[in-house]
Design a protein around this ligand. Structure first.
Ligand code: TYM
Length: 334
């Protein structure tokens, strides 16, 4: 609790281009939560180096992501937006929690299996313990709630297990966090293979809408989206392509699935795809504008980075000191 509000934490990797999946599954849901919660939104750059990065590129992407948080509507005066690497407590708590996590648990993580298949030449220790660092992120802020897309649920379950295990040994140190998964948009699928999630690391650029794609590109990608040989626009298990487009349109327009089905009853796939493309482009346009403005205002963005890192560091340190004491590290002499 901070000022009587429950704590909320989430983060995004500064790796690759942020997709419509990241936006609809996570970022969009983050915008209005600060009325109810004390919100911390992190750019998780420590996680990013589990895959080899170009340093200049990573720095640029991290800053762009922080600006994107603001451009998407997250008010930096009411939410704490910061870089993970600016708060050393993440790595320090991560180490301690590694000692409370079993290899058997980490072996079961599907994201690790997927990523090690993709990066077979660099299956490093960081990739393996990635979920423990994520647990540290969440527990450091005594988070009650963690808004994420459906793909992060397994990591959330592990976080809860680690916290419970630690609490069983040392008393009530950590708040046990709950996942907050939006009803719609939690799992946006690839436009080229709708049985796979839309992912930043997809090699086919037509598979994903990137948040910074321009209107023409967005419309072109939706036109090329893989569907089926049927003609009906209905929400059905055996029509994964159309179902995904209905999901996207529904979240982007704020209409229910039933309203979408009704609106396109008797219309063709061509009309529907165009409407989805135009609606998504309309949603992203103001974000592009705000992002451009922020890119030109270095002093403003720098000010936010400095102030928020201090705030996050202060809160993080409170938990870290408590944990260090519990596990038996000697007290600091001041
Ligand atoms: P990342 O960077 O892969 O994704 C950021 C957020 O976007 C969601 N997401 C999706 N939602 C719907 N459909 C999709 N196709 C889609 N793809 C991604 C993710 O669920 C996520 O919410 N490990 C995390 C980052 C992280 C984190 C944390 C999150 C590090 N520490 C602590 C929460 C709390 C990750 O890789 O997200």
């Amino acid at each position: 609790m901070l000022d009587g509000k429950k704590m909320l934490f989430s983060g995004m990797q500064a790796t690759g281009n942020i997709t419509l999946g990241n936006y609809l599954g996570a970022l969009k849901n983050w915008v209005n939560l600060c009325d109810e919660y004390e919100c911390f939104y992190c750019v998780v750059d420590l996680h990013s180096i589990t895959v080899r990065q170009n340093p200049a590129e990573l720095r640029k992407r991290a800053r762009n992501l922080l600006m994107l948080y603001i451009a998407a509507g997250i008010d930096p005066e009411k939410n704490c937006l910061y870089y993970q690497s600016h708060v050393s407590g993440h790595a320090e708590l991560g180490w301690i929690l590694n000692c409370f996590t079993y290899m058997g648990e980490l072996n079961r993580m599907t994201q690790f299996k997927d990523k090690s298949a993709k990066h077979a030449d660099n299956i490093n220790g960081g990739l393996y313990t990635y979920p423990v660092l994520m647990a540290a992120d969440i527990l450091l802020f005594q988070s009650d709630v963690v808004p994420v897309g459906a793909d992060q649920m397994q990591h959330l379950e592990l976080t809860r297990d680690i916290a419970q295990r630690f609490n069983n040994v040392y008393g009530d140190v950590f708040t046990i966090p709950e996942a907050y998964v939006g009803k719609a948009g939690a799992r946006i699928m690839s436009l080229q293979d709708p049985t796979k999630k839309m992912s930043k690391s997809d090699e086919n650029p037509n598979a994903s809408i990137y948040i910074m794609d321009d209107r023409d590109t967005i419309i072109r990608k939706f036109k090329r989206a893989v569907t089926d040989s049927d003609t009906r626009i209905i929400y059905s298990e055996d029509k994964p392509g159309i179902r995904n487009l209905i999901d996207i349109y529904s979240v982007a327009s704020g209409k229910t699935i039933e309203e979408v089905e009704k609106e396109f009853d008797g219309k063709g796939y061509g009309d529907f795809k165009l409407a989805v493309g135009e609606t998504v482009a309309d949603v992203l346009e103001p974000i592009h504008k705000r992002f451009d403005e922020l890119s030109k205002d270095k002093a403003y963005v720098d000010g936010i980075i400095k102030a928020n890192a201090e705030k996050a560091g202060y809160i993080a340190n409170k938990t870290l000191r408590k944990v260090q004491k519990k596990v038996g590290f000697p007290e600091r002499i001041r």
